[in-house]
Design a protein around this ligand. Structure first.
Ligand SMILES: NC(=O)c1ccc[n+]([C@@H]2O[C@H](COP(=O)([O-])OP(=O)(O)OC[C@H]3O[C@@H](n4cnc5c(N)ncnc54)[C@H](OP(=O)(O)O)[C@@H]3O)[C@@H](O)[C@H]2O)c1
Length: 112
């Protein structure tokens, strides 16, 4: 399996990479240097890796920074996630996004 991990240098991204390596998966670890989520053109090289699955563990963190720069918060946390999810849907790939029940309530049910 080929896996692209976006947000590879973060807490969750690096944990995903450690777990993937145990499975023998081929991993493209994309930190902020490899992918800038506000710039979809920067996705090209990572997508040329032709991953079977994309894990998006990137995030623009913090209530205050997001309130101060809502455009960037939308681009990083919403728009780029949608772009990657649509790419996966259109290309028969799996998309994995780790969120939090603080956003999706406490039902623990995925919203599809
Ligand atoms: N940590 C938890 O306990 C936990 C629990 C449940 C869910 N989650 C969810 O998991 C996801 C990741 O959380 P985390 O704690 O791992 O966050 P984190 O440690 O802050 O990592 C965020 C990652 O996103 C990258 N990033 C930030 N802005 C970017 C941009 N514009 N373009 C590309 N990459 C960018 C960061 O790179 P730089 O640092 O180089 O900017 C970093 O690699 C979030 O959606 C969070 O809600 C986390």
């Amino acid at each position: 399996m080929k896996a692209l991990v976006v947000g590879a240098t973060g807490l969750v991204g690096s944990a995903i990479i450690s777990s993937l390596k145990l499975t023998g998966a081929e991993v493209f670890a994309a930190g902020h240097k490899e992918i800038e989520l506000t710039d979809p053109k920067s996705f090209v090289k990572a997508l040329e890796f032709n991953p079977d699955v994309i894990f998006n563990a990137a995030v623009f963190q913090g209530v205050e920074p997001c309130e101060q720069d809502p455009e960037k918060a939308f681009m990083v946390n919403v728009h780029s996630t949608r772009v990657l999810a649509q790419y996966c849907g259109e290309n028969n790939k799996t998309f994995v996004y780790i969120s939090t029940e603080a956003v999706f309530d406490e039902s623990n049910q995925p919203r599809l």
